[in-house]
Ligand binder design. Sequence first.
Ligand code: ADP
Ligand code: ASP
Ligand code: MG
Length: 839
Amino acid sequence: MPPRHRRAPEVHKFGGASLADSSAVRHALHIVQSHGQGPLVVVISAMAGVTDAILTLSHEATGSDQRTTASLLTQLRFRHEEVVRALLPMGRNQATILDQVGTLFQELEALLQGLRPPDEPTPRTKDLVLAYGERLSARLFTAGLQALGIRCKYVDALEVIHTDALHGHASPDLDRTARSVRQILGPLLSHDTIPVLPGFLGAAPNGDLTTLGRGGSDLTATLVAHGLDARGVYLWKDVPGLLTADPRVVADARVVPELHPREAAELAYYGAKVLHPRALIPLAGRPIPIHVRPFADPSAAGTEVSERVPGGRHPVRALSAAPGQALVTVTGNGMLGVPGIAARTFAALHSRNISVSLITQASSEHSICFSVPEPLADLANESLLREFEGEISRQEIDGVEVSPGMATIAVVGLGMHGTPGVAAAVFTALAAAGISVVAIAQGSSELNISLVVPAERAAEAQRRIHAAFQLSRIAGGAVVQPERMELVILGMGQIGRALAALLPRVKRPALSLRVVAVIDRSGFIFDPQGLSPKRLSALAAQKRKGRQLADLPDGQALPSQAAVEHIARYALTRPVLVDLTADDTASVLEQALIGGMDLVLANKRPLAAERTVSDLLWQTARARGRRILHEATVGAGLPIIDTYHKLAESGDQVERIEGLLSGTLGSVLDDVSAGVPFSRAVKRAMERGYTEPDPREDLSGMDVARKALILARLLGYPGELASRSVESLVPPWAQSLTKEEFLQRIGELDTEWSTRAREARKSGAVLRYIAQVTPSKVAVGVRAVPESSPFARVRGSDNQLVFTTARYKTNPLVITGPGAGAEVTAAGVLNDILRLAGA
Ligand code: ADP
Ligand code: ASP
Ligand code: MG
């Protein structure tokens, strides 16, 4: 039969950290199921903690306590059996798998018993026992897929992955492995069968089982991808992606959306436990992307490691650290100018298979200094003393010095090439914390700066460097042009749509403004690279049709607060949350501030909420150095908040603000004063988009009251909104109706309003809804103002605000203009965004 699939396969690897128990395994099975359209290979690690447990067992077994060994083994066995029982229905299949698990455990037990105390197991035996972790989990996974009706086959890793004979740390034979990958996995794939492969394991040239080093399943996955010329590799892990630093050390570490393989390799090599140090080698020079994806959140973008990623934008992208290092120094005056000392040093180490992770040589050539893993320090010392026996006896070399208790830290980024001052910034940051740097090396590729610090200061050193380069907002460094800013839009209604239409028209060469996420009540859509204007307008169109984001392609269902938390995990440059809702969003905003976002609000509710709520927002912003701009909460795009701040900053004292603050009420009362029936006037305001979604928000005076309260709080008003100071145009009987019922019965209000308007007209006045604000008072309500008053001349939905200040006392400062409508409000919001960019 000809192969049905011409598409290149994907390789999915499930990390041990993710596979904790039966529900985690079930989740992994579902991930495979949902990727089931294309050809697929699955690579499985041992379940969480199993490799460590077997390692402990192999040491315990050589000790004397048989009982501990037995009970540890029983525990391990129960864990695996629990998964079988949870995933497979009772019956023959379940029994068969339980049998297989039983047999594997018997073999393991026999091997462990065979270990002769007091000798440590040989590396070869250790590999044999460790292999059971992966063999067990891959068997379970195969059975689980079968139970879901998915065609798959367990494949023995030893037939596929070929390595050298270095037990415990074997290196793959790339060509041979590629050949057997094709030979063995190819036919399965063309028969629509998913090969399931235990990771981490290989076969030495003599057929012995080898392991690829801790975390080696990553390497198994890339080896398979190399052999099959895969479309991509997915590494499902317990972290949201490759982060700017180890999240256990640096709490505000962020996801790096894209990384060049050279950067990723450097991080892995220098200790970032998230990727096996050699996992990138098989894919070098090939256009096969690696996706590091969060197991817990399968639709999240995670990190893409690929050759396509342009390097160079950011001097520093991420850090990693390797604890447990020793610094070895070879010193001596006789080294000066003597060729070959360095070469002999490293040859001596190489012959003992000691890998060196950092090398520096002072320019005086007086010493060579390098770091090695601490457990190998003695061996290194010994082999160097032997190598330089002659030089030492002739006193050309003083000797070899070993300082244990060190850690190496690597600061990585392709962009540091040609960016001066990176090293200086690292040292300044460490010096400020009193951390002494014992050694430093900069790779000739200028892709990394690595340094050695005392191990007990390593965590703090990483936090300091992370902060110094503002890695929690990745382009924070000074060298980045143009400035990037990412918008997270909360609420995609009328204002959101208007804003989306305005954004592409912003012309500021020094600013790149991208919308990275849109959130609504149902969920969110997020792309750290930015949603294109086309995509945004398509989204807006869907929203207008009443669709919810969670139901759209790429939409994820999550409450807003969790969505913000998710987005904030990414290393965005300058994230700004733009709240365009009319909801109580304080807790979402709080989350955004904590996640490093600035805020731009058109939503009045959070700032007009109870004092404790709004105060908390301002406090959090202040404490975290974040800004909250909210021009559009009052008077749409009119510069009202801005005027207040300018007056206050120039030392003026604002005593009172008074005026017309509601486009809706302005338009309604203007019409009513001119003789239009109240019900018609309201519907007209709705048609023009002046009103809140429910016009009663405006008619009740609450919307104006909120604006007035926001202004009053600027002036120092300490209190809450008292309901007696808000006059409502909605009578009590109309409050409990649905919006539709209210609109049906609104005509019942017409007579009362035409009477009120007529009375006013008789005394030469018109009706206006006026807000009065002082540092000690907020009141809003309908007033009949004389035709001669400036307020009488404000027409339609325009707003007018009058500032009475110490300087503008007899001749107050007046601001008039359109105060409602999606376009002008969006313009106000955009102004705030641009103001943040300029800051
Ligand atoms: P797997 O389950 O695939 O074997 P690992 O446990 O090997 O996954 O890798 C994930 C762990 O790596 C995380 O739990 C995290 O603590 C650690 N880690 C260290 N550095 C980083 C980093 N820069 N980004 C993400 N995770 C990191
Ligand atoms: N199980 C092995 C380990 O824990 C390999 C892996 O997980 O990738 O190191
Ligand atoms: Mg791992």
